[in-house]
Design a protein around this ligand. Sequence first.
Ligand SMILES: NC(=O)c1ccc[n+]([C@@H]2O[C@H](COP(=O)([O-])OP(=O)(O)OC[C@H]3O[C@@H](n4cnc5c(N)ncnc54)[C@H](OP(=O)(O)O)[C@@H]3O)[C@@H](O)[C@H]2O)c1
Length: 176
Amino acid sequence: MKTIGIVATSLDGYITKHDSEGATFTSEADQKYFREVLKTFDCSVVGATTFEASKDAILKWSYDGRLRVIWTRNPEKYAQYQQESSLEFSSNSLKSILENLQQRDKRHCAILGGTSVYTECLQQGLMDELWLTLEPLVFGSGKKLAEGILDVGLELVSLEHLSKDTILLKYKHPAS
Ligand SMILES: NC(=O)c1ccc[n+]([C@@H]2O[C@H](COP(=O)([O-])OP(=O)(O)OC[C@H]3O[C@@H](n4cnc5c(N)ncnc54)[C@H](OP(=O)(O)O)[C@@H]3O)[C@@H](O)[C@H]2O)c1
């Protein structure tokens, strides 16, 4: 199974703007690309805070055939939303969540953040690729793509314009 991190950041590496949860700062071009690209994945992994920030959209699209696994230390808190094979909540390690998805014959997994999920995946080498939309914005504060002490090198695979000002950078992990 291929695991691909999908993220949009400001020029200074923030995935949220200031104290606001959510990624509402992204351009129309990125939002269109994001909706389209998600259709090419059969599963995704999302942190509980990101789930909370995008709950309405996630619940609205939860019958589209893609299995979403929400990472939380308290799956029982979300029992009301649990839908087997569609929307699941897990406190397992990300490594074992991904192994489980592979065992269930999933082929393409989108790693959809937020910071704690990207950080853990980068630290543990769980992401084969990182597809990063770079928005021409500077926030100065917010949540970072990753936090803590990391030393991860990636290889640039491609660079394309989503619009005049917004670019999509695709990186791969050297070991993938
Ligand atoms: N710009 C972008 O492309 C983009 C992409 C994704 C997300 N975001 C934004 O990023 C923000 C969220 O980032 P975040 O880092 O605060 O949160 P997150 O990664 O979405 O979720 C954090 C949650 O994951 C769960 N978790 C963490 N470690 C765990 C472990 N060891 N075992 C089980 N569960 C664990 C915990 O849930 P519980 O508290 O339930 O235990 C924790 O509160 C949101 O505002 C979101 O909109 C932006």
